[in-house]
Design a protein around this ligand. Structure first.
Ligand code: SAH
Length: 238
């Protein structure tokens, strides 16, 4: 694919995105396409994942002061000490979740709604998204962010995601945006046979890694992938 160099795209983003924030602008679509091209260059291959990134307006999920950076490959603060992961990491996790599966996936559980960006991406990849957040303020923020988008298949749940959400189980996929010292047993129990879980976890002290667990009729197969840095998975609500 052609396209302008990343630096020019970034320069364009600096000037083009703020006006687009007020309305729905073609400029925001152009910078989003540039981000999608970069993701493809970085090795994201699944068309459905790339299309989801092209459709969801990341700048609508961050403070207007950060909108100019919304399409750079960077994590951004979303308040209450939490961050929205950088697009390349989100894309990597979504690819792992969907790899080899028939799309759209069925019902998927997301732990850590945050600002709601990943939930919006997931809405294009699965039939139903159940997304849990333990901080009430962020749960409400995500609801406000998603409301104007009128996405019918995202269900936001305020609660401790360490316990999963048994009412929606079994899940065709589980994805977590916060990492603990292990993968909670409830998540494994709520994973459907044939489904996959993708989550960061600190399996060796001091090193958080991306973990993929595949459930089969015979049990659970775990793969530990590259090192990552996610906010901590905490119990309880606040
Ligand atoms: N997917 C989010 C990323 C948010 S950061 C987005 O697109 O913005 C991770 C989130 O996980 C934080 O908001 C944090 O409060 C939340 N979190 C941490 N532990 C949790 C738990 N036990 N249950 C639910 N949410 C949790």
């Amino acid at each position: 694919m052609g396209g302008r160099p990343a630096s020019a795209a970034a320069a364009r983003a600096q000037t083009a995105v703020p006006p687009a924030v007020a309305g729905v602008g073609l400029d925001s679509a152009a910078v989003r396409q540039a981000m999608v091209r970069r993701l493809a260059q970085q090795g994201v291959t699944q068309p459905a994942v790339l299309q989801a990134f092209e459709r969801v307006e990341r700048h609508c999920f961050v403070d207007s002061g950060l909108a100019a950076q919304a399409y750079e490959d960077t994590s951004l603060p979303i308040g209450w000490g939490q961050t929205i992961s950088k697009p390349s990491v989100v894309a990597r996790m979504l690819e792992l979740l969907c790899e080899g599966q028939t799309l759209p996936l069925g019902r998927v559980l997301e732990i850590g709604t945050g600002c709601g960006y990943q939930a919006a991406l997931l809405s294009h990849l699965c039939r139903e998204v159940y997304s849990m957040e333990r901080l009430r303020a962020l749960h409400e923020r995500a609801r406000d962010n998603l409301r104007p988008m009128r996405i019918p298949n995202v269900h936001l749940i305020f609660g401790d995601g360490m316990l999963g959400y048994p009412k929606g189980a079994p899940y065709a996929g589980i994805i977590a945006a916060a990492g603990g010292e292990s993968i909670p047993a409830a998540w494994l129990e709520q994973l459907a046979v044939g489904a996959r879980l993708v989550a960061p976890a600190e399996l060796q002290s001091g090193q958080q890694s991306l973990v993929v667990v595949q459930r089969s009729a015979h049990g659970f197969e775990r793969r530990v992938l590259e090192g990552v840095r996610f906010v901590p998975l905490k119990s309880g609500t606040a």
